[in-house]
Design a protein around this ligand. Sequence first.
Ligand code: GUN
Ligand code: ZN
Length: 658
Amino acid sequence: MFEIKAKDMRGRVGVLKTKHGNVKTPALMPVIHPRKQAIDVKKYGADIVITNAYLIYKDEDLKQKAIEEGLHKLINFDGPVMTDSGSFQLSVYGDVDITNKEVIEYQELIGTDIGTSLDIPTAPFVEREKAEEDLKITLERAKEAVEFKKENNIEMLLNSVVQGSTFMDLRQKCASELSKLDADLYPIGAVVPLMESYHYKELVDVVMNSMMYLPENTARHLMGAGHPMIFALAVAMGCDLFDSAAYILYAEDDRLLSTRGTFKLENLQEMPCSCEVCSKYTPDDLRAMPKKQRRDLIAQHNLHVSFAELRLIRQAIYEGSLMELVEERCRAHPALLDAVRQLSNYSDDFEKYDPRSKKSAFFYTGAESLSRSEVLRHQQKMMEMPKKRDLVVLPPSRKPYSKFISGKLGEFYVYGNKGEFDGENTDFMVLDVPFGLIPLEVDELYPLSQSATPKIRDKDSLEFINQFFSEFIEDYNQVLVHSRLKDTLDIELSDKFEDEEIRYKKDDVRKLKAIADYQFGWGAGESLLKGNINVEKSKKTGKIRHIYDGKTLIVNMRASDSYLVLSKEGAKRLHGACEYPKNRVVVNKDSEPFALDGKSVFSKFVVECDENIRANDEVLIVNEDDKLLAFGKSLLSAVEIEDFQTGQAIKTRKGFKK
Ligand code: GUN
Ligand code: ZN
């Protein structure tokens, strides 16, 4: 039903399959009013729409017409249609004239592609008792709907809505219970009041505490979210679908949507974008128009900016710049800035989803960037790293640092016990924002060099790297700090280090071993790079390209991110060097011949995998007896590989068929 095509953070570009066609996600479903629809939303970019089955059911004419002609004909849309169940009416009027079973049955009868059970949207900040009571009913009804679907062989896809108000444990419980039901899609409900009241920080908590307990292999819909201002944030948290009544409701009210907020027509001197409407008319033109004509034009603008934003978001996912977009969008309002700051409480979760390497560079856009997965991941690696006796700390230069640092390094101060300088027994690292410390050997790896930070450092980031520094240096005997860092580091430095010159000697093999250790685990470098190592470099750039033992290729170095790409020999060596299941994806018996043949591995054949695998990692493909079958590049994270039953998990490079 749902496949991932590209990913960034928790965001995914995916394909949702329905019997009326496939939908590229993240997608926006404009709300179609079954009686009052004035705008042809397909013309403005809608591939899927949502309408309300209860409103149709309650209207005798529409009810019969939908049964006779089908829903698609009724609303004049031949693509996929989702229907809501009357839950919204329930939450407004306190009651509806339909049972859960009836509404499921009716949705199937009229040919809905994706139907919804009659969940209870519990408002935010209610009494706990109320939230618990409502949740019990929501869960019972979701279960009833799934069972009803199974018993009657219903083809219609089914939404099971996550509720639980603003009680995080209830959201978690609801999401876990619903996951067990094996529903087709998981909307997150009752968030409209949070968005309308600018409680974006609470929105983050509600969405994350639902999301973390939902399966990866289904689409998630942020119900009632139709303002383009929050799309990027919601997608980064893992939302795949949005629905918008906002485009028409705001238009009725003479309000224009934008990613920077909402404009009232009465205040506009200039039209806010470059869509057809904004290019053709001035605010005065619009103000002078009859109400209906004006409403339809504003709705057209509203749809345009919403679809444009989703295109931009999907592009950002393809290139790996989704968080840059989120950080930019969330500067449109202080409450949104709260939301992006609140994301930092979920950094450990996001790290599990974020690809290891991306097409676009990491841009530091402010203190919020310090909580990003890339920073957390690097610092975690550093804390696990075996340390040499001493540490030399260097100031940042141009990147890659190692290209511009060599020979005599200048004046140093001592921190800790004073001793001799021994180049062999010393780690050389650059102190920089935001990653903290970067060993010179691995500095070309993504994103350490593929990143940019403003030259004027902010206080938060300096405090951040100081904090990391003081924890990291604990086990060193002697720390030598370059004189240019005296003002950056707030530690007590003693005398100048006077013994002798401190030099950094470049060494390709030492560098390659360090990269292998960083990439595959500490100790991997020694096994991977044994023998008579020859390094072949690019004549043009001087960068390492191929690494041989004698004449046998072991690994290539990828130019874009400097990660090592295995050869057959490299895969064998790595397999011998690290213990099961490290760096491994384990496939079942059935898929063994395909793997040996070099065919790509599909998620459903994977029985186990190293929990540290992230998209774009080099991985070994083995059977359950740990026999090496093939090797390749992971397209997903471990958590996703485990959940998916469709689609590719590993792009195989080569199989070991004789
Ligand atoms: N539309 C907006 N919020 C909700 C919700 O919580 N449940 C349903 N079924 N529809 C909604
Ligand atoms: Zn416009």
